[in-house]
Every structure is written in structure tokens, then in C-alpha cells.
Design a protein around this ligand. Structure first.
Ligand SMILES: *Cc1c(COP(=O)(O)O)cnc(C)c1O
Length: 416
């Protein structure tokens, strides 16, 4: 039985377990799950639910989706590393990875839907232009739970899933990601849908944390270094939280892995703030956001309001482990991708290529010891192959939502 409590990191007190994104006492800090089981036993459930002990769920969803961890000796040799391990979440059947939406966002979606079921069910709403939308759309469709997705008009054709059964309803908005969020907030207020919640969603974080769990179980120990490309940094927070639990288990070592998080230049607000020792992100760190965001290769890494300063957020995670923030150019990411493709048979998500590039950079700059145990989180990959081999098709747009529509008009559309 996955038993847990939710701890408010601001008030340092427990809050009742139901679908909660904050403690309700006016605190802004993240909630964190505290599991009654301190020792991780691998459960007899499929996919990511093998980590049931440390997922905030009672329900289990039938799935094959899970992260994998492996070594590639040729790549290790090329980089001159003797103990490099790769975490991979995506579609890569030869290696046993069957995540059809092709990124670790599906590890977030699965426990989120399971937890929603525990808490009485409902319709989830997600404002996303990319990988989060695909993960939620695929999972909603697989399990038959309604999900509303609001995306900027220009990016709807990227939302491809397998065997569309109509449970993911896609709405477009004229504008950018910020407009999609604004519209999703309005729809949520009108319809009482359940917001996915981002970094505040404990199911999201502990789901993403399963990559670290899979790595530690496969390696038999916590790594010395953890590399990941970040936009919100939620994956970094999750890796830190999973590491603390693994230390508490006692079998995986007693030192936190050093988080080495990478952003894609020219949009690198967290890297800039961290490297200047600041807990807050300034306008200067954000730069010419609109222009810079448009330039980066890995556009999933362009979150403008990351959970960096919040209690229990990225700054705290990095402080706890003496972490390192790296900046990677498009050229470096593409070069790293080429290298990966010479050893593996699936194309990485650009964000994963950024992670690999940051590892190469850190090695070249002498920031990591070549003999260290290194865990590289390849957060996504295999989408081109999944689209072909799993016959993925674009989700049809249900309707365009406009800001000049009345509340009644929007209600009418959502109830249609
Ligand atoms: C979302 C995403 C990331 C960044 O995740 P964070 O929330 O910043 O930790 C990295 N890689 C892929 C493939 C993603 O979809």
C-alpha cells in the first residue's frame, strides 16, 4: 500500500492528503511527499508503477511505460568516462523502452491520473505546447480519463498520439504559451477542472523522480553526478528528492548526487541567477525573452517562470548538493546529438541532446572526474520512430477559444 503524507516545506506541517497543490495556509512553498516506507521494494506492477512504494498513489494504471537505465561502452569510451550510465525515457523497443509519448513527462502523467482517481476523479486541464501535452493526451486516451489541453494555435499539429479514442480534447488559442496558460486558467475557473499543477504537483515530481530510482536500482548506488537539461528544473528537484529517499533507504550510499543542470543558450535564466549566487531571477537573467526563446534548439527548456526561488525548489536543490548550472549552445547540442546517433538508434529529444552536450562540456572543462559514477538523464527520444512504428496521428482540434468569447460561450463549447 503506497502510504504517504504531504509535508508543507514552508510551514513544516502536514496537510491532509487529497488532490492538493499547496497547503492552503497561505504558504507558497512546495509540498513534499513523506512515504511511510523508507525502504524501496520493487512492486509487482507494470511500467513506472514498479516504484509504487514511492509514488503518491493508491490506484495503479496498467502500463508498460517506464524509464530505463543502461551503459553504452562505446559512448563512454569516446567521452573517456569509465562509469557513465544513461537514463532514458522514450520509445526505444530494442532496449525495452516503450514510452509512446517519448519523454519523461509521461512518468509525470501516469501517477497524476492515478492520484486523481484516488481523489475522486475529474477532468485534468493542461496548458502546454509540447511534451507535457503529448504525455497527458496519450495517457488520458490510454486510460479513458478526460483531459483538456490548451495550446497556442501554431503548435497544435505537434500533438500526436496513438489510437485516438477522443479522451484528449484539444483547444487552440491565438497567441503564445503565456496566452494558452491565461486561457486555461479562465476555463478552469469556469468549469472546475483539475489543473495539472506543474512543479507543485507531487505526483509529477515523484513520477519524474523514478528516473533516478531506476538509475540507482540499476547501478546499485546513487551516482556522483546527475546531468539533465532543464527548463522549469522540476526534474532536478525530483532527482534531489528521490536521492534523499534513496539515502534514507540505506543501500545506495549517503551522499547526494551533484546536480549538473543545463540550459540552452541564449535563454538561460536559471543558469545566470545560480552562477551569480542569487535566489531570485532578475529581468536581466531573462534577457530579451521573446527573441531568445525563439532562438533555442530545445524549446521545451524555455520556461519563463521556473520554480527556482520557491521553498523546496531548484535553488534549494542546487544548494543542498553544491550543484552546477551549465549553458549549452545550439551548435554544441547538435554536435552532441550527432555523437549520440553514431552509437544509438533513436534520435534524442533536443532537450536530451542539451544534457549530453553539457556532460561533454563539463568533462572537457575538468568539472567532473573521469572515473566518477555519472548518470545522464536522456529525458526523451524516439519520437520520429514512434510516430511511424506506432502509427501516431495528430489529435483533431475541438475548437478555437478566443478571449473575446463570453463565459457562457466558453461553457457551451466545453460542454459540447
Ligand atoms: C520538460 C522536459 C525537460 C525539462 O524538464 P524540467 O521540468 O525542466 O526538469 C527536459 N527534457 C524533456 C524531453 C522534457 O520534455
Amino acid at each position: 500500500m503506497g502510504d504517504y503524507e504531504l509535508l508543507c516545506l514552508d510551514g513544516w506541517e502536514y496537510v491532509p492528503e487529497n488532490y492538493t497543490l499547496s497547503c492552503g495556509n497561505g504558504h507558497g512553498g512546495l509540498l513534499r511527499t513523506v512515504y511511510s516506507k523508507k525502504r524501496l521494494d520493487i512492486a509487482n506492477h507494470g511500467g513506472v508503477f514498479r516504484f509504487y512504494d514511492w509514488l503518491p498513489v493508491h490506484s495503479v494504471i496498467n502500463t508498460e511505460s517506464a524509464p530505463i537505465a543502461f551503459k553504452n561502452e562505446e559512448l563512454s569510451k569516446e567521452l573517456g568516462l569509465s562509469d557513465l550510465w544513461i537514463g532514458f525515457t522514450g520509445y526505444y523497443p530494442e532496449r525495452g523502452a516503450k514510452v509512446k509519448s517519448c519523454t519523461f513527462k509521461e512518468m509525470e502523467a501516469l501517477p497524476t491520473f492515478a492520484r486523481l482517481r484516488d481523489c475522486g476523479g475529474g477532468t485534468i486541464i493542461v496548458a502546454s505546447a509540447g511534451n507535457t501535452a503529448r504525455a497527458f493526451a496519450q495517457t488520458a486516451n490510454d486510460i479513458g480519463n478526460d483531459c483538456v489541453i490548451v495550446v497556442p494555435k501554431k503548435s497544435y499539429d505537434r500533438l500526436k498520439i496513438t489510437e485516438d479514442r477522443g479522451f484528449a480534447r484539444l483547444y487552440t488559442v491565438d497567441g503564445d504559451y503565456a496566452d494558452a496558460i491565461r486561457m486555461a486558467d479562465r476555463v478552469t475557473a469556469l468549469m472546475g477542472y483539475v489543473p495539472e499543477g506543474g512543479a507543485k504537483n507531487v505526483a509529477r515530481r515523484d513520477g519524474m523522480g523514478t528516473v533516478m530510482l531506476e538509475g540507482a536500482v540499476t547501478m546499485g548506488a546513487l551516482p556522483d553526478y546527475y546531468f539533465q537539461g532543464v527548463g522549469s528544473g522540476t526534474g532536478g528537484i525530483s532527482a534531489w528528492e528521490a536521492s534523499m529517499r534513496l539515502i534514507g533507504d540505506g543501500r545506495f550510499g549517503d551522499r547526494l548526487p551533484k546536480l549538473c543542470l543545463a540550459q540552452n543558450a541564449p535563454f538561460t535564466p536559471m543558469a545566470k541567477a545560480w552562477n551569480q549566487g542569487r535566489r531570485n531571477i532578475t529581468d536581466e537573467d531573462l534577457g530579451d525573452a521573446e527573441k531568445d526563446v525563439a532562438e533555442v534548439y530545445a524549446d521545451v527548456l524555455t520556461n519563463r517562470k521556473p520554480p527556482y526561488s520557491v521553498k523546496g525548489g531548484v535553488f534549494d536543490a542546487m544548494s543542498a548538493c553544491g550543484g552546477e548550472f551549465l549553458e549549452v549552445t545550439n551548435a554544441e547540442a547538435k554536435e552532441a546529438e550527432k555523437l549520440w546517433m553514431s552509437f544509438e538508434d533513436v534520435r534524442p529529444d533536443p532537450a536530451a541532446s542539451v544534457a549530453l552536450a553539457s556532460l561533454i562540456k563539463a568533462v572537457n572543462d575538468g568539472k567532473v572526474n573521469r572515473g566518477s559514477k555519472i548518470f545522464l538523464n536522456m529525458t526523451g527520444g524516439g519520437l520520429e520512430r514512434a510516430v511511424k512504428e506506432c502509427n501516431m496521428k495528430a489529435v483533431a482540434v475541438a475548437e478555437e477559444l478566443r478571449f473575446d468569447m463570453s463565459d457562457d460561450e466558453i461553457r457551451g463549447i466545453m460542454n459540447a
